[in-house]
Design a binder for this molecule. Sequence first.
Ligand code: GLN
Length: 548
Amino acid sequence: MTGSTKYIFVTGGVTSSLGKGIISASLAKLLQARGFTVTIQKLDPYINVDPGTLNPYEHGECFVTEDGAETDLDLGHYERFLDVPTSKANNVTTGRIYQNVINKERRGEYLGKTVQVIPHITDEIKAQIQALGRKGIYDFVITEVGGTVGDIESLPYVEAIRQLKWQKGRDCLAIHLTLLPYLGTTGELKTKPTQHSVKELLSLGVQPDVLVCRTEHPMQKGMKEKIALFCNVDANAVIESRDADTIYDVPLMMQAEGLDQVVLQKLGIAGYPEVDLRAWHDFLRRYKHPASEVHIGLVGKYVELKDAYKSIKEALEHAGAENECKLHIKWVHSEKLTAKNVAKHLGGLSGILVAPGFGHRGIEGKIEAIKYARENRIPFLGICLGMQMAVIEFGRHVLGLADANSTEMNADTTHPVIAMMEEQKAIENKGGTMRLGAYACKLTEGSTVHKVYGRKDISERHRHRYEFNNAYIDMYKKAGMSATGTNPQTKLVEIVEVKDHPWFVGVQFHPEYRSTVARPHPLFVHFVKAAMQQGATPVKREAEVQQA
Ligand code: GLN
């Protein structure tokens, strides 16, 4: 597209958790499918500089970008939908905005002026939004504002949107996502909370151009017109967003509602190509009509909170679709696993994945799960802490190093098979100080991972402080666990494999961050394939189920 970058803002009203991230990603997908270049940014109104220091119970998974930023999990959706990497610039928090402004103040850049929320904080917000547009590569920058309109903490963001809309006119557009609650007693959807939410936005000087209404039931006749009239929007700009079976249906539902067309029309863009979503449809066909099914265990300590392992779950789903196989994920709490009950919890599974994590809680259960997978020859994938625990398990039970441990869990262990990297030892600050982002890795000729990736040079994203201790590398190799991926510069071990096992791979990095709908990650695809070989069963068609 020639001309200036267009800015689309997505705010939410009525309640949180309406799925702004999925709506933003779906709109982006539709624009991308018409040949436009798009990026999505998330503005988070909390004071943490980034979510890297947040407990997953607070905010779900922390998504890591290529350039090593620890970001909101919505960036994972953006990448999975668009298959375009995001960066540090795609997630900005209030903490970061204030940090930048305060740093500038300390450097004397405000020339003696009183530094205030308006204009200095709002100017910084506007600069962060436009930084992506200034790259000159995007036709559209979609900016999603976290939280709900009316929250005290999101006021400066809404003010920045108001100013940008005023300054840029037709190059900006505001989408407001609301909820139409359903009253069971009268069997009706109600529009009043939407009206109030728009009033709230209007009181802050922002007129939404498009309303996306989340609803459990179809909107009744005349409802769009009613909302349009009360909220000063066109009836075709009131978009129904029904609950979907899968998030991957949402782009198609938004297409059917004409969301992208309304957006293009309002931004004055004409003569654009048709949507080409053939690859997306193909993915959905394989995803929704699997030929077989398989049961995989995901062992972690946050299993009651599925958002903590969002990218892993989605990467497994992508791999299932690629193999035309329905995945049943059994979420297994690592704290509950013991030598006594492990067979009860993991018996019958065709694959076992041990999740990443920090700290001591649940690690002995993870070790039990790995021992079970190794001894019973069940395909195993260990990610980050899951890989480190596989090294410890092998040390304890195969090499006979009873005390083998990570110095993260026991600083005084006599066998620190996992230990802190030298450059990490001097670091005291917590935020952004791990080994973060993409690093190169060289694979061993003929190894399982070499076959999986189909090449020897790969790059994957990291987020950790501890590493395989190279002092033990020969001892492990002799006993059957080899390092089959290493960093070419530092020689740090990035992958371990156990031979004489159908499929046993532990990776120090996080492959899940790189899996997208367009390109499911080969490690997950091959892990699922190995699980299918272990014990997939044909999917029972409805008629067969009824007969049974
Ligand atoms: N706690 C481990 C480390 O810091 C593993 C981290 C992870 O699983 N992301 O090295």
